[in-house]
Design a protein around this ligand. Structure first.
Ligand SMILES: *Cc1c(COP(=O)(O)O)cnc(C)c1O
Length: 434
């Protein structure tokens, strides 16, 4: 029988997160203060204790609290694994293509996998409200829902241009009971200062981070959260890869190529770190590919050095691939892939040769996304189309060489709230640069 879809039962939701810190081939460089500042102290005040502990833990496996595991189940985990047989036939390739469906989360992406535990640990520590920033809106949406499930207030600072361009995202955060403010806002000192100078300031992730952090630093009952880049976020997302391992065993498949898009690195890390462990241990020769937009080529063209996580230098410096903290990516539709830096763990593994980075142009990824939707039915998020583009490239290579490779990609989210991007593809308005 063909395996079109491999589902698991609630019991198969992992009981532990996998922490790659325990297995890295060289030690992960620690965050650093910049001269004359103590950003590490600020971060310690802004985050939950549990979050900080996980950030630096060397334990290989960390138990998932039963309440968190239960919420994972209630929100639909485990997510299914599908085989893209229509796409294979369309491409006329001997390769097999599988995709792990993180779009089946109620908020439409993998982000809820970290939003739930971050909200849970905050609640346990007596926190009353979480703050965060959001660009494209996926993280703000997931955190709004997680906070509502755990009876916490949630304040989201959304970059003003996105706030104005994406009213649907604000709407869905409101539905999940999140308070959304266009950033810069009147709520904070930083916001008021910027607005006094320029009432029409378009906002930026850097400004939004500053606003969200200012609140967490000012009030004891408020903490700050981040949806990617940090080790703890990579850790939480490993539920994806552990489920995927079980599913590939059921399908009796050994993956040859595994692919995910990379913005801050969390869906890549979550789906692939459990497999990269096998490679570090010398038990696998799977190829791991991280795909980013050519308009924001962090891993393919950035340098591996200490840099700030935000534009203003509020965060400690992290050793990572970076395009420079003042890099402003062109406004491509894959908003989730426009970050100047990359997870320090994903960066280190790329530096050490375990991960192969590739970049793709916006026009060609949308084309791949549409090909996928026409054959498989599911409409990918603009971010996800990057992984699809490379999966299609690899499948076409197999057609040329006759190799029957097994290709697996992480389908990080759906594109039903990103239809504007698809419309501009059909209108022929896609940025031609790069
Ligand atoms: C946020 C997001 C990304 C990029 O973030 P990572 O941390 O690199 O995973 C990719 N795909 C979707 C659907 C997203 O929402």
């Amino acid at each position: 029988m063909e395996h079109y879809k491999i589902t698991l039962s609630s019991d198969d939701v992992p009981t532990q997160w996998y922490n790659i810190n325990a297995d890295l081939p060289v030690e992960l460089p620690m965050p650093k203060n910049s001269e004359g500042k103590d950003q590490i102290a600020s971060l310690q005040k802004a985050f939950t204790k549990a979050g900080l502990e996980q950030e630096f833990s060397q334990e290989r496996y960390i138990k998932i609290p039963s309440e968190v595991r239960e919420l994972y189940m209630k929100m639909g985990r485990p997510s299914p694994l599908f085989r893209a047989t229509n796409l294979e036939e369309y491409l006329n390739t001997p390769a097999k293509i599988y995709y792990k469906r993180e779009d089946t989360s109620p908020t439409g992406s993998h982000k809820l996998n970290s939003a739930i535990p971050q909200a849970y640990f905050a609640k346990k520590e007596g926190v009353e409200r979480l703050t965060t920033e959001t660009g494209a809106g996926q993280w703000g949406t997931a955190l709004s829902l997680a906070c509502n499930l755990l009876d916490l207030d949630c304040t989201v600072y959304m970059v003003r241009v996105s706030f104005d361009q994406k009213p649907d995202r604000k709407n869905i955060m409101n539905i999940y009971n999140g308070d959304v403010y266009a950033s810069p806002s009147e709520n904070t000192e930083v916001g008021r200062q910027i607005l006094a100078e320029n009432p029409d300031h378009p906002g930026s992730l850097g400004v939004a981070i500053s606003e969200a952090m200012e609140e967490a630093l000012a009030y004891d009952e408020v903490k700050y959260t981040l949806g990617s880049v940090l080790n703890q976020v990579m850790l939480h997302q490993t539920v994806i890869g552990q489920e995927l391992k079980t599913q590939l065993e059921i399908a009796e498949e050994e993956p040859d190529v595994m692919i995910a898009c990379a913005g801050g690195g969390s869906n890549f890390a979550g789906s692939l770190f459990p497999f990269i462990k096998d490679k570090i241990d010398g038990n696998s020769d799977t190829q791991f590919i991280a795909v980013e937009p050519s308009a924001c080529p962090t891993l393919t063209q950035g340098s591996y050095e200490y840099d700030f996580g935000d534009v203003n230098g509020f965060t400690p410096m992290l050793k990572m691939f970076t395009l420079g903290h003042d890099f402003v990516a062109p406004s491509v539709h894959a908003g989730g892939l426009r970050y100047h830096g990359m997870s320090p763990q994903v960066s280190l593994l790329t530096k050490e040769g375990y991960i192969e980075p590739r970049s793709a142009h916006q026009r060609e990824v949308f084309e791949a996304g549409i090909t996928f939707a026409r054959n498989e039915g599911v409409l990918p998020a603009p971010e996800t189309t990057h992984a699809i583009k490379v999966a299609i490239d690899e499948a076409i290579k197999c057609k040329e060489t006759g190799e029957e490779k097994t290709i697996v990609l992480n389908f990080s989210g759906h594109g039903m709230l990103d239809l504007k991007g698809y419309a501009s593809y059909f209108e022929g308005n896609m940025l031609d640069a790069k």
